[in-house]
Design a protein around this ligand. Structure first.
Ligand SMILES: *[C@@H]1O[C@H](CO)[C@@H](O)[C@H](O)[C@H]1NC(C)=O
Ligand SMILES: *[C@@H]1O[C@H](CO)[C@@H](O)[C@H](O)[C@H]1NC(C)=O
Ligand SMILES: *[C@@H]1O[C@H](CO)[C@@H](O)[C@H](O)[C@H]1NC(C)=O
Ligand SMILES: *[C@@H]1O[C@H](CO)[C@@H](O)[C@H](O)[C@H]1NC(C)=O
Ligand SMILES: *[C@@H]1O[C@H](CO)[C@@H](O)[C@H](O)[C@H]1NC(C)=O
Ligand SMILES: *[C@@H]1O[C@H](CO)[C@@H](O)[C@H](O)[C@H]1NC(C)=O
Ligand SMILES: *[C@@H]1O[C@H](CO)[C@@H](O)[C@H](O)[C@H]1NC(C)=O
Ligand SMILES: *[C@@H]1O[C@H](CO)[C@@H](O)[C@H](O)[C@H]1NC(C)=O
Length: 378
């Protein structure tokens, strides 16, 4: 009797290990929903478990450091709607409660909010940028003791041609990097560790005219920065000066479209580190919905330098304005990919030998505006 109970609980423990349920939250480009998906990593199923109607679409969402809050890009309501950021409290991946909306001020007010990220160290400020119109600016927003967006504490200006599409902060939260797509520039700001406010440090032109830095990621060791060059359709590796925080380009790039492709038919999208940081994922989108985008992975040395490009494979569709990759926070194996040409989220799995990846699960969310980006709650 005792032996069989032990055997049963052991079986239970094993099956729990091998069949974990994970949750993702997905935003949209124009429809007013936040979706919660459940991924079963054993059955390899991806199911919609909640369609939450919200008051504003979020084309980019980000979790707070402790996953107790979700921040999103937004448009404030009313006739004089201005770009804003929205804050939700999270009890879990389906317990999502609207908390607050903070308008962008200063030079940001004539465009739409495009990107948001949260610091991982105190004071846990939230950083956001707009795009389109006159979008030569960024905003720093404080949070209250619960992590809820509190107030705009800084408007800062890049340069007249700027529009920043992506931001990344180093692990120590001492420097913020801005990928300035319209201004073809990579910016470095230092971060005040008491207020979260930024101070300009440096700006660096893109490797060539029309390179157009779009998104950026930084390795936790802080020595390497990876930049998506949207126009060049390349991933660029930069080295970071450890005392000044300033990146420099060493002419190290990898293609995000096959050689011989017409670069003007694509726009590269996203770069993100895997769970262990042994891998880096990157994507491109096709500008035409009758062509596919591409997904690629790279292996990294422990210092963060890229050792090789593992593969470059077509995605299922063009990606629309998404094809954003979000690596899982529990293993290197899985990465979520969002598509807005049809409206779906896929889970891709890296082959055991790392030489390829393939789709193992998919959820269709064709509401006319999905899917922008996905965050893994668990
Ligand atoms: C979230 O918590 C609620 C109870 O507050 C529970 O009913 C629900 O199943 C939970 N959802 C998930 C995805 O765990
Ligand atoms: C942001 O800019 C607006 C307009 O210039 C100004 O009214 C506001 O005080 C600024 N806010 C901060 C925190 O700098
Ligand atoms: C708005 O931009 C102008 C011109 O670039 C600049 O002089 C001004 O300081 C900016 N305002 C804010 C609040 O950043
Ligand atoms: C905050 O920044 C200041 C100035 O760079 C530095 O002297 C101090 O050690 C930092 N504090 C923490 C807790 O990192
Ligand atoms: C950069 O690298 C490419 C190919 O790897 C080479 O053709 C080019 O000459 C290099 N440019 C510089 C400035 O070193
Ligand atoms: C895709 O459509 C564009 C026009 O939108 C056309 O020029 C191109 O030839 C098409 N490509 C394919 C592969 O059908
Ligand atoms: C890697 O694994 C795939 C199957 O998952 C196989 O098709 C391929 O030949 C393997 N490549 C190498 C280099 O082992
Ligand atoms: C979510 O709900 C909204 C409002 O009812 C609906 O318009 C939309 O199609 C739903 N989304 C999906 C993927 O079913």
């Amino acid at each position: 009797m005792r032996a069989s109970i032990t055997a049963l609980s052991l079986l239970g423990a094993l099956s729990a290990v091998h069949a974990d349920l994970h949750h993702l939250i997905v935003g949209t480009f124009g429809t007013e929903s936040l979706y919660t998906l459940e991924f079963d990593d054993s059955a390899l199923t991806l199911n919609l478990i909640q369609n939450l109607t919200v008051s504003t679409a979020s084309s980019w969402i980000a979790l707070s450091h402790d996953k107790k809050n979700l921040y999103g890009t937004a448009l404030s309501s009313g006739s004089s709607a201005v770009p804003a950021f929205v804050s939700y409290a999270l009890g879990n991946a389906t317990d999502i409660t609207y908390s607050n909306l903070v308008d962008l001020g200063g030079n940001c007010s004539s465009s739409k909010a495009i990107f948001v990220m949260a610091a991982t160290e105190s004071p846990y400020a939230v950083y956001g940028t707009p795009f389109g119109g006159t979008a030569d600016c960024g905003a720093v927003i404080s949070v209250d003791e619960s992590g809820v967006l509190s107030e705009l504490i800084q408007n800062y200006t890049y340069k007249s041609t700027s529009a920043v599409h992506g931001l990344a902060m180093n692990t120590q939260n001492t420097f913020l990097y801005s990928a300035d797509d319209s201004g073809n520039t990579l910016w470095t700001h230092s971060v005040d560790n008491t207020t979260g406010e930024l101070t300009y440090v440096a700006s660096l032109d893109g490797p060539a005219t029309g390179s157009d830095p779009r998104h950026v990621a930084i390795h936790p060791e802080g020595q390497y920065l990876y930049v998506i060059l949207e126009g060049a359709n390349e991933l660029a590796q930069y080295t970071v000066d450890q005392s000044t925080g300033i990146p420099s380009f060493q002419n190290v790039t990898y293609p995000l479209i096959p050689s011989g492709s017409d670069s003007s038919s694509f726009w590269s999208d996203e770069v993100a580190l895997s769970y262990s940081t042994n891998y880096l994922w990157a994507t491109s989108r096709a500008r035409s919905t009758n062509a596919t985008g591409y997904i690629s992975a790279f292996s990294l040395a422990t210092d963060g330098s890229i050792t090789s490009q593992l593969f470059l494979s077509p995605t299922t569709n063009s990606g629309g304005t998404a094809n954003s990759v979000s690596p899982s926070p529990f293993t290197d194996t899985f990465v979520a990919l969002t598509d807005s040409s049809v409206g779906f989220v896929e889970i891709w799995q890296l082959a055991e030998n790392g030489t390829s990846a393939s789709v193992v699960a998919r959820a269709d969310l064709d509401d006319g505006g999905c899917c922008a980006n996905a965050v893994w709650y668990s």
